[in-house]
Design a binder for this molecule. Structure first.
Ligand SMILES: [Zn+2]
Length: 153
């Protein structure tokens, strides 16, 4: 077990980095030229990627993390083992506040978020470390009552 990297095998960790970086290639960011790629390792072992999609009306822009998550959720994937975020800067960028809250809706607090710099070097933090004392779905309803959640009973 000691060879796991925050719960990922070496192959999975390598794939997370590769797919996060590759996702930058599909970013639509003509205004900022700040490419962000995101890769999700879903609980079923499949992958979903996203990239930032900007808009001429700047606030309409959507980040790579939310792009990936909305793709995943609409494909029926609701549990994630790891999240990777890649940019072209050093040190690595971290998810914005809005994305941290968005991730909080669908990921466990212990989910590792790997943040890669331009060379693929990374910093990893759990969701709870990035968003301490957070507000989530269970604060509104018991988990078994949430639409789309099967609950643990
Ligand atoms: Zn964001």
């Amino acid at each position: 077990m000691s060879d796991l990297i925050h719960g990922l095998t070496a192959v999975e960790a390598s794939e997370l980095r590769r797919r996060s970086a590759a996702a930058k290639d599909v970013a639509y960011c003509p205004y900022s030229n700040f490419r962000v790629g995101c890769a999700l390792l879903c609980e079923d072992g499949t992958w979903v990627i996203g990239a930032n999609i900007e808009n001429a009306s700047y606030p309409v822009t959507i980040c790579a993390e939310r792009t990936a998550l909305v793709k995943a959720i609409t494909e029926g994937k609701k549990k994630f083992r790891a999240i990777g975020v890649s940019t072209d800067i050093t040190p690595p960028a971290s998810p914005c506040g809005m994305c941290r809250q968005f991730i909080r809706e669908f990921a466990d607090l212990g989910t590792p978020i790997f943040m890669y710099d331009k060379d693929g070097e990374y910093v990893v933090r759990t969701l709870e470390q990035l968003l301490p004392m957070s507000f989530g779905p269970e604060n509104l309803h018991p988990p078994s009552k949430l639409p789309g959640h099967s609950g643990n009973k």
